[in-house]
Design a protein around this ligand. Structure first.
Ligand code: HEM
Length: 242
């Protein structure tokens, strides 16, 4: 039998997974801020969408900039997911060992881990569809185009499920990262864990509420716009120019 050789790559992969997860989780906070601009009105969302197409820098829209950004996020998710595969239990024996361990420990943090694995697994499918939609038709991102995709394009059930997966997965991930690396710390470890848990629930309720409100707004706009589905939004000041 070959002797086991200690390799630093396992730790490096762990670090890479933590860094990619951290980046993705923080990016999802920004993503929520941009998407929820629809709550400020159609013009606000139109402005955010055109901003990412470089409209205010180049004087015209370059939608491929958005496709490029989407491709980078998709690649990062793929790296993160590939590294995460190492952590998925791979056989019936491993599932049983984890289940027994979970019952013996009866600890919330141990129960959060399978939830993170399950939501991560679901995102293999849900995130791919969403990213593909954005990648192939970036020019359609706008108050009416996005509302049409949500309602007339019937993507809202997928987005609803994706919202829960991203928020639960990302926030449990951030909580676990904070415990793993000991930052932020609030005095003794017990107190730190208590405060971090409270923060986890508060942020979860906040992001789910924001996400549901935003999706609800797109759904009602999509229903209203359904008879004219496909017509883009043109801000009032620009209608005269056309
Ligand atoms: C197909 C997509 C994804 C899969 C399969 C996946 C899977 C996983 C798994 C299994 C873990 C636990 C690793 C461990 O036990 O140490 C994990 C950690 C994590 N994930 Fe994901 N994930 C995905 C996408 C995302 C996204 C979109 C975000 C951002 C919201 C994210 C944020 C995190 C964070 C912050 C961690 C903690 C990192 C750590 O413990 O080192 N993941 N992911």
């Amino acid at each position: 039998m070959k002797p086991l050789i200690a390799s630093p790559w396992s730790a490096r992969f762990d670090l890479l997974q933590s860094l990619s997860g951290l980046f993705l989780a923080l990016f999802m906070w920004l993503h929520m801020a941009f998407v929820s601009s629809i709550l400020w009105g159609e013009k606000a969302f139109w402005t955010v969408a055109r901003f990412f197409e470089g409209y205010f820098f180049f004087g015209r829209s370059l939608p491929w900039l958005v496709s490029l950004f989407v491709a980078c996020i998709a690649a990062l998710i793929a790296v993160h997911a590939l590294l995460a595969l190492r952590k998925f239990p791979a056989s019936w024996q491993q599932y049983r060992a984890f289940w027994e361990h979970r019952q013996r420990l009866a600890h919330l943090d141990t129960n959060l881990w399978p939830l993170q694995v399950a939501t991560g697994f679901l995102m293999f499918f849900l995130a791919s569809v969403h990213l593909y939609d954005l990648f192939i038709a970036p020019e359609q991102i706008g108050p009416y185009g996005s509302a049409d995709l949500v309602w007339t394009g019937r993507t809202w059930p997928l987005l609803l499920l994706l919202l829960f997966c991203v928020e639960v997965h990302g926030l449990i991930g951030l909580y676990r990262l904070a415990l793993k690396w000991g930052w932020p710390s609030f005095g003794d470890p017990q107190r730190t864990r208590r405060i971090l848990r409270r923060l986890l629930w508060v942020l979860l309720v906040f992001f789910l509420a924001m996400g549901l409100l935003t999706l609800g707004t797109f759904i009602s706009l999509g229903i209203e716009h359904a008879p004219r589905a496909g017509e883009p939004y043109v801000p009032s000041g620009m209608q005269e120019a056309l």
